[in-house]
Design a protein around this ligand. Structure first.
Ligand code: SF4
Length: 373
């Protein structure tokens, strides 16, 4: 039997947030038949939310939402770039690799007419091609030019900054230790800027073992979506072994990665389990799980509400919820709805930091829009 969504009888959400939250909920609840769970024996006590019509014990007492979470400025820009390119050129618009590492985002853009390819060779000569937020190596740009593709570069400006640093250090004769994870597209793209100068360092053990040249000045750069704490350890090892090593004035780990990890650190002090919404290949989402684990809190990465296993929450009083930089906010709302359908009324924001970073759309797109106008 389908029932209308029961009202939020008592929520810790602020009035404005709560109104916005309610307005965005589907008119009809996905609540088919609320699961009944046997009363807990011992352990934490939970409020009985009979006022919402929930027939049993709430799954957890409360849910805390990490703030900030979800889309960063680079992801917003990349997704909007594909959507605008579709409006400009019509379908299909080709995108090299996943525009951002999120299955739901990719599926939605596919529905709109985007075609995701692994190689520029798959794009018809002269066709429109968007480079993903993770960036590409110069060799990829050359291959696209050779096919006379209409390229639009949706590389996040903060990734481009790391490319520029790599090129500058390499041009100045430096050997570069690049702290990052092999196989990630961002790492492949940055390494492609100066393959002969760059040595990848993936871990503390890697930093202990790496042999950097002793006949050249040394520098290190990092991937944008790493663990702040682990990167600090890696850099400490590099600095201890190579005291002369230099780094860019401002660190490469981006503001969004930093803020989301900080928000989770603050959140896990107050929760028993953390759910992170993000895809398996999302580097910054995986780091959020690691942050919780490092604090001794159980954490799970899920693509959406459908992947949550109630058993993870069996002994929890408070569940934390966050989302990686490529996960749309509607997935967070779906998970809130999932909790509400299990009797949880107390869903509140945790943290107050707001982000106001906005990146301009790619220059090629702005130019094409002007011409079309
Ligand atoms: Fe850019 Fe950081 Fe977002 Fe990656 S996570 S797209 S580097 S802002």
């Amino acid at each position: 039997m389908r029932r209308p969504a029961p009202p939020l009888a008592s929520s810790s959400l602020g009035d404005a947030n709560r109104a916005a939250y309610l307005a965005l909920l589907p008119a009809v609840s996905i609540w088919e038949s609320p699961p009944r769970r046997p009363p807990r024996s011992g352990g934490l006590s939970h409020t009985l939310f009979t006022n919402r019509g929930y027939p049993g014990r709430a799954l957890v007492r409360r849910v805390l939402l990490a703030t900030p979470r979800g889309f960063c400025a680079g992801v917003e820009r990349a997704v909007e770039t594909v959507e605008r390119a579709l409006g400009l050129y019509g379908a299909p618009v080709y995108v090299r690799k996943q525009i951002v590492h999120n299955r739901h985002v990719v599926d939605e853009l596919q529905r709109q007419g985007a075609v995701f390819v692994d190689s520029v060779d798959e794009v018809p000569v002269g066709g429109p091609l968007v480079f993903s937020a993770h960036g590409v190596a110069p060799a990829v740009r050359d291959a696209a030019d050779a096919r006379r593709l209409e390229t639009i570069d949706a590389t996040c400006p903060l990734v481009t900054k790391v490319h520029t640093q790599a090129r500058r250090y390499a041009d100045a004769g430096y050997a570069i230790a690049f702290v990052g994870h092999g196989g990630h597209e961002e790492v492949e793209g940055t390494t492609g800027e100066a393959p002969d100068a760059i040595t990848l360092v993936e871990s503390v053990e890697g930093a202990r073992a790496v042999q950097l040249p002793d006949d050249r000045p040394l520098a290190y750069i990092t991937q944008t979506t790493l663990s702040i704490d682990e990167t600090r350890e890696i850099v400490d090892v590099l600095r201890a072994r190579y005291p002369q090593i230099v780094a860019p004035a401002k660190e490469d780990i981006c503001y969004a990665t930093t803020n989301r990890q900080r928000a989770v650190k603050e959140l896990v002090d107050e929760c028993d389990v953390l759910l992170v919404i993000g895809s398996r290949n999302s580097s910054n989402s995986k780091r959020l799980v690691e942050v919780a684990h490092a604090a001794g809190v159980d954490a799970h990465l899920v693509d959406d509400a459908g992947e949550i296993d109630e058993r993870w929450l069996e002994d929890a009083d408070t569940a934390g919820l966050t989302s990686g930089a490529s996960a749309p906010e509607r997935l967070v709302r779906d998970v809130c709805e999932w909790f509400r359908a299990r009797g949880v009324d107390d869903i509140s924001e945790h943290g107050s930091e707001r982000e106001d970073v906005v990146f301009r759309l790619p220059v090629e797109l702005r130019r094409a829009q002007r011409s079309a106008a």
